[in-house]
Structures are given as structure tokens and as C-alpha cells.
Design a protein. Structure first.
Length: 76
């Protein structure tokens, strides 16, 4: 398994970990966007499995932006 896939699996796990604080989970979702199209399946999984509306919406927004080719950078 390549390093990028391992990183995405770890970030997905953090995003879905209910014992972590919300900001950590949000940052994990943000970090997934660094992998662009490769992150879509992981973001979809987070959207499907999380019980928090804010995380569902964040994942959905990033999926849409990646598919549209829009920037996902938080620094622009």
C-alpha cells in the first residue's frame, strides 16, 4: 500500500473518530483535500458514516468542489 493511501485511511479514521474533538475531525477532512480526486472515495465514506451534520456538509462541499475543479485551499 502506498504512503498516500495510508495517509488518507488515517485521516478518514480521524474524521470518523467520535472520541476526538470536532476541530480535529474537521481538520482531518480538510487535510484529505490535499489528495484531490483520490480523496473523493474517503470523503464520501466520511459523509456516509458520520453522525455529525457539520462533518457531512463539509465532506459534501469538498467533494463538490473537487469534482468541479475548484480550489479547496483554505488560504486563498
Amino acid at each position: 500500500m502506498d504512503k498516500e493511501k495510508i495517509a488518507m485511511i488515517v485521516l478518514e479514521g480521524i474524521a470518523l473518530d467520535g472520541s476526538r474533538v470536532l476541530v480535529e475531525r474537521q481538520r482531518a477532512i480538510d487535510a484529505l483535500t490535499l489528495f484531490h480526486n483520490s480523496a473523493i472515495p474517503f470523503l464520501m465514506n466520511v459523509e456516509r458514516k458520520t453522525d455529525m451534520v457539520v462533518l457531512k456538509e463539509r465532506s459534501r462541499l469538498y467533494i463538490q468542489r473537487i469534482q468541479e475543479g475548484a480550489s479547496t485551499s483554505m488560504t486563498l
